[in-house]
Design a protein around this ligand. Sequence first.
Ligand SMILES: [Zn+2]
Ligand SMILES: [Zn+2]
Length: 355
Amino acid sequence: MIRKRHAIDLMELSFAEDAALFAATDEYDELGFVSAIDWIRFNCHMTSGAAADRVAVGQAMNRMPRSVEAMAQGEIGLAHVTIMARTADALKERFDERPLIEYAREHSPGKFHYFCRHARHAADAGGYAADEVDQVENRRLSLSSWIDGSMVLSGVLDAFGGAALRAALEPLARRSGDGDSRERERRLADALVELATGREQRASLQVTSSVETLLGLAGAPAADMEFSLPISAKVVERLACDSSVTRVLLDSESTVIDVGRSRRVVSGPARRALNARDRTCRWPGCDRTASWSAAHHVVHWIHGGTTDLDNLVLLCHRHHWMVHEGDWQLVRSDDGRMLAIPPTVTFGPPARAPD
Ligand SMILES: [Zn+2]
Ligand SMILES: [Zn+2]
């Protein structure tokens, strides 16, 4: 594999040389493409990023002869050379490959990239800061709703903003508890929602629901929530369980009978007592802290449950979701431990005993 990778890298270098020669002409224009990179992307079946990298390497080759030689000797790879070329491009006449190549010989492309960023800052702090400003100016986030109400996110963040987002999401995206088989992308998405709704009553969502909806009566309409399609009684039940939302309850005549967090709120002393008793989410194996958890009513207040400590248990937002919408059951065993019981799965009607 090492020999093959070296041979591929040499071919890539030769390809990069051709790509730069091609980019120096306007042949792409005659062929009907908007740029040389565009022609390469389409005809050589590459991503535009990969095509741009090859052109950059080809254009910088005469400015980094030692790097090209080190690659020919198999001391560094194409990935190093690409980073070197990008650095040469950014630093213009201040570029000097000699200190960089020593580092490249000893380190992986990832570490080398990091090192080159430092080198760029050292050689041109002003330009580096200007790049950062550009990145911030280019921050984008688009939110578009699908017909079923689900939302597609796409966007770009600057390096700092991206790191800040990751720092906020990663702790929330860790696996939690027994049997957490969510894939990483799912966990990151859950973490983003948790960030937006979580941490004790920070989000100010407003939910409007009828009592019939909350009681799950047949024929009841769905509940309304800002920025969302109508939501089911199960979602309302979870949101109303702990008061991380402002809720407006309507009776059958659409008269407002309850607004906000009065009475059922587990707040102040009661919440502090609950936090002190449970400390973390009580789901078996989960250690999400109290500030990222909700006060779950074992018997929901809509069904007459109280807000006494006996009827409350701390659950992180994911496990709270699993109890309400996921149909998991959480029961306290005789010795006070919590047991999580998965939803029963049925396959069609029960089999009949043979006659
Ligand atoms: Zn609950
Ligand atoms: Zn949990």
